[in-house]
Write a protein that binds this ligand. Sequence first.
Ligand SMILES: [Zn+2]
Length: 678
Amino acid sequence: MDTHNPLLETWSTPFALPPFETIESTHFLPAFEAAMREHDAEIWVIVHNSQAPDYANTIDALERAGQTLNKVGGVFWNLASTDSNEDLRAIERDVSPLLARHYTAISLNAELFARVATLYQNRASLTMSDEQARLLELTYKSFVRTGALLRGADRARYAEIAEKLASLEAQFAQNVLADESSFVMELDEADLAGLPADVKAAAAQTAAERKTTKAFALTLSRSSVEPYLSHGERRDLREDLFKAWIARGAHPGTTDNRPLIVEILALRQERSQLLGYATFADYKLEPTMAGAPQAALDLLDSVWRPARAKASEECAGLQAVADLQGANFKIAAHDWRFYAEKLRRERYDLDQGALSAYFQLDRMIDAAFYCAERLFGLRFLARDDLPTYHPDVRGYEVVDRKGGHVAIFLGDYYARSSKRSGAWMSNFRGQKKLDGDVRPIVVNVMNFPKPSPDRPTLLTLTEITTLFHEFGHALHGMLSDVVYPSMSGTATPTDFVEFPSQLYEHWALRPEILQRFALHSETGAPIPSKMIDRIMEARHFNQGFATVEFCASAYVDFLIHSRTKAADDIEATERDILQEIAMPQEIVPRHGAPHFSHIFSSESYAAGYYSYLWSEALDADGFAAFEEAGDLFDPAVAKRLHDYVYAAGNRRDPKDAYALFRGRPPRFDALLRKKGLA
Ligand SMILES: [Zn+2]
């Protein structure tokens, strides 16, 4: 038998990228097992060191341990989201509980914790850099937060819960993907009335890919659903599509996420209590910038009222448009986007279709690169010779002003059925300087429609914002300049991590950028300045809706995780919460619980969906620094932004990092102004 496993070898590819071509799905499980054994052996050496614990033999050694596991996981988890198949899904189900057990055993290793605790107790007498001091504190607290102080039966139960949660969360994500990829709505030409040409072209392409009987098809990817909801004249089809979209994860049968959610919530609550917290939200908020549930709730409350009032005004406006066209119904959730689009066109003379002709994906990627060059001196060199995991993936070497290597950036922009929906940034390798300068490999993943031979991919304004958002995360990963791997890049609290990404959105639709990069896909003519003016005027349009949609999900997330007794019927609980906050009937939350992957397919955003709003308060205040300087690329502000935010990883407490960048603590009043809700 050939035991050769490329995942466990040194990679001699350019920039030591994973040798994707030689990796088979059968390599993963043995590689994970070998890497976990190696990690265990490394931990054993730390624990059995006869020397008294010091920083080097304990914290440094811990940071060095598990590199192979990170390397294998880096490849696996990226592929499991971007190019999955039945083999990878089976491995994911098998390996998730194994990994949970592995990491739990480390966090519950009493001798290991004793060494960390000794250092932590003696921290005043240690000579450490600021980064080292923070790492020691975070390491100690992370052990405590993952059960190190538990004894006896509690300890065993903690381990059991961690493992069970990992399987449930993996299953949750798979169920959403299964519901998304099994659905296809087949359409005839006549069903497409109202759709812009590029949306029709995308639907034709989907039909070709899915080999449907009819000539056009829609999927449940956001980039397929939203355009139809915005333009499709057929109200009955909009309703069907919308219903399928919001029912993801809520179909009786093998992919039903509702019973999983009940179990996940109960286990999270039980574990929080074991660890001494009243609720999961208390546990989760402790290490964040908000610091405690009340601070996050206060922010939500401060936005909710004005957002609801605005949405109610907006709804009246939409109803008027519908009535004028002889509609004999009240605006429903599946009508909102459609009539909003009509009203937008009427009020600002902005037609999404005509507008999109100016927003070619490739030019918008150039725009994102251009801003990074102006702000941080980065250049993106396209490289055809880099190994990638799918032919659609583009590879770039990122270099600094002097041509020095900064990072590898991979752009994976097109939707496909093997990819989960949404948009995200991830990495194959993080930055670190613990043993020599290791530069990162960062990936941006989107779900934009693939171009056809005669049509480029055209983006909506929202999609452009998403592109810049994920690119902001990518910069946070690529510019990272810290010593320790666990402090690197985006490894910051979740309510701070959205700050660099959301801040970057501010550059996307500025006139300076549009004049240069919004070029008509057929004529090459730059976007007319009148159109830019209207984009600027329309930027608060429908903000009531968007804010209500978001906040509703944030409330549901927060409140279901704030109960001492976990929900036993998630749909009833969700309904109760929406009633409690007086949710407008014409809007549904951006994510219904059964497909709310942010909070159920892993724990990272659980009781943390508010983070986007928190970070938005920061980005509104943060971008004003450039406006006050009178230059979108002001070098001095950009340098502070680089040094204290994008390059700083988790080296400092986010409050301090922000204050160093801004010259003062954040002020949250800019948020309502930014949203036009003031
Ligand atoms: Zn983000």
